[in-house]
Write a protein that binds this ligand. Sequence first.
Ligand code: DLL
Length: 436
Amino acid sequence: MKDLTPRKEDLNPIEIASRDQIAALQLERMKWSLAHAYENVPFYKASFDKAGVHPDDLQSLADLAKFPFTVKQDLRDNYPFGMFAIPREQVKRIHASSGTTGQPTVVGYSENDLKNWGEVVGRSLRASGLCPGDILHNAYGYGLFTGGLGIHLGADSLGLTTVPVSGGMTQRQVRLIEDFKPKGITVTPSYALSILDEYAAQGLDPRDSSLEVGIFGAEPWTNAMRLEIEAAFDMHAVDIYGLSEVMGPGVANECVETKDGLHIWEDHFYPEIINPTTGEVVADDEQGELVFTSLTKEAFPIIRYRTRDLTRLLPGTARSMRRMEKITGRSDDMIILRGVNVFPTQIEEQLMTVKGLAPHFQIELSKPDRMDQLTVLCEAAQDCAGEDARKAAAGDLAHKIKATVGISVKVLIADPGGVERSQGKAVRIIDNRPKS
Ligand code: DLL
């Protein structure tokens, strides 16, 4: 793999500013953001008043802990435009969640917000090793989802040549990569695996492709998956994080030269980690739930938003800005099986170490008797044909999960291609337990 480290002189100076400079900018912006939300969004006025706090109470960054949290339900209660802080006519763009699990959540962007979004996504793409003039194959979905259009804004801002393919039509994805020879690809890690399968189906070697870096996010993925994808494509694989409520992709990104967690673009998004049960802020290196406060957003300021994502904060390395560790999972995706907390990423980590298994999987929860049962649905790799080889792989995986996660699971191995493929975010958990 080529060294793609960006030149220091190309970085935005704030990325490598001193911690004091960053903190001073954050405090000034946080004061503005709290006042802006309080004065312009009735929800925030009511929520701050109820908690007995006023934007003037913020004298230091630590004072943010006095302010109330915002949760997804608050956004749903104010559907569709109740959380906007500027007149609707000045909102230049709307995005929304798919709403598969309830009322969709709607977010909006002013002209300036779009400019800032482009800047942070451009910064993320540069941190990933792309330079002005490079070709980017953008396979995140275009539409209400922030992935496609968010990356597109950043690619424009950095000066890339964007191929806006969006998700789906996997044969065409391969064809375009082969014909246009992009240096980078932006896609969910699970869809990258589908593209990889398609390479095999077409008898092409992905290691011979032009790709030098893949920028993967929108769903959790492990370092074990990174190694698998890097080896398969002979390219770097870096992690990009974000959520629509805070902006979209580009809230944090790994640096290609270190790949040691994601630098949070702290001049726009202020992170805290809290204990999800008590709501107390915990020390930076402790695991907990990630909470964000926007510092510059005009149309849709967001104060202390509980992301449900679990991680911890770490000091800066390749940049001065703090890092977040790769996300373990969302608290909503945590399975509690016979008292043990399990995340799909823990299953993925083990699956990747078993010879004979392809990297695709789903987790099925059922209740055949009075006990919950977890079944890992995975599939045989092309070279794992015989019944005996499959049995051995299933046994190996069940054993490894028992030894590391501490739970007994059933493993079912389908034929190659037998696990449902993702074209965007993978569906990892199928809950077939009877609704009580
Ligand atoms: O998924 C934005 C995005 C698009 C990020 C493209 C990166 C690339 P939402 O649809 O609002 O926005 O979903 C946000 O996805 O709270 C996490 O649970 C999860 N997520 C996003 N990025 C990562 C990541 C986009 N790198 C939710 N690792 C978040 C783990 C991620 N989970």
